[in-house]
Design a binder for this molecule. Structure first.
Ligand SMILES: [Zn+2]
Length: 322
């Protein structure tokens, strides 16, 4: 049995797979905020509960919103900042009495999508998670690029490209700099942007819902988000020119099928090297309906609004790339 844990900024989920990769069971709990020991205990309890329910003992891997520095074993670059400087891998191994391996969550996502997900068969894949934070991972010919500092693909702390006067110097980032992509295009960044501009505070899911209901301010916030994600991705395209960019848009959401329909209706998307997200299975019939140049699409987690980001206005890609 293999157990994988996704340590997120707001929730932590543990999944048990049998030896053939079939799902046995999964459990999700809130991530304790600002509480390192609580986080260790939550992960430990999730694993123990899974093993008790299933009746067995598994290997454990944990995707974390940060990186474990090989030389020190300490976490860095985590947007769940209470993990930074902590020996998470060591403490989990102790608590669970076995070797536990921690890896950057966006790297886990990218290698997973490249191996048997939305980007299977693609030569160069850029995987993006836009959730509480903003992470990325690069896979080349089936292998993950990590880099000597464990930083490959870590685009969340690169600056927002081509900032407007209103976007300069940008929000303060927990990393110490201002204007990092993460401060703009993560779920939290999206909410803060809406609050800054509109003077009211709403969770990202409600902003998206309001836009769908015709709220012009919410719609404008989505358009700004769209443009910023496109600008951020355009630098990735210029550096590694991925065959596929897989987006895991965890923000608000749901109707992946509508997204595909909209994508189908918008022939402009053919300029995009490729995009999409995880969760709506795409069969051959659907694929055949997609614009030429659109190579992969998959799975749920995307909302019509989120993806229309790229679809409604692919011009931001074109202008950035031209
Ligand atoms: Zn930063």
């Amino acid at each position: 049995m293999r157990i994988g844990v996704d340590l997120g900024g707001t929730k932590t989920e543990a999944l048990a797979l049998d030896d053939h990769g079939h799902e046995l069971r999964r459990i999700r709990r809130p991530t304790p905020q600002q509480d390192y020991l609580g986080t260790v205990q939550t992960i430990t309890a999730l694993v123990q509960d899974l093993e008790q329910e299933i009746g067995g003992r598994g290997t454990v891997g944990v995707g974390i919103p940060g990186t474990v520095i090989a030389a020190t074993g300490l976490v860095k670059n985590a947007n769940s900042t209470w993990l930074n400087g902590r020996p998470l891998q060591h403490d989990l191994s102790e608590a669970l009495s076995r070797e536990v391996r921690c890896a950057n969550d966006a790297n886990c996502f990218a290698i997973s999508e490249a191996t048997d997900g939305a980007a299977v068969g693609a030569e160069v894949v850029f995987g993006v998670i836009l959730g509480t934070g903003c992470g990325g991972g690069v896979v080349v010919r089936g292998g993950l690029l990590t880099g000597p500092n464990g930083l490959a693909g870590e685009w969340g702390h690169t600056p927002l490209p081509w900032p407007s006067a209103e976007e300069w110097p940008g929000p303060q980032c927990y990393c110490g700099r201002r204007g990092c992509l993460e401060t703009w295009i993560s779920g939290r960044g999206f909410e803060r942007d809406f609050e800054r501009v509109e003077g009211r505070s709403l969770p990202s899911a409600e902003i998206v819902a309001a836009a769908a209901g015709g709220d012009a301010d919410a719609e404008a916030a989505l358009v700004r988000l769209e443009d910023r994600i496109a600008r951020g991705l355009s630098t990735i395209v210029n550096i590694v020119d991925p065959d596929v960019i897989v987006l895991d848009l965890q923000m608000p959401n749901i109707d992946g099928f509508t997204v595909l329909q909209e994508l189908n209706a918008d022939q402009r998307t053919s300029v995009i090297p490729l995009i999409v997200s995880t969760s709506l299975a795409v069969d051959a019939e659907l694929k055949a309906k997609l614009p030429i140049g659109t190579r992969v699409i998959s799975k749920n987690l995307i909302s019509r609004e989120n993806v229309s980001l790229f679809l409604r206005d692919a011009t931001s890609f074109r202008s950035a790339l031209s």
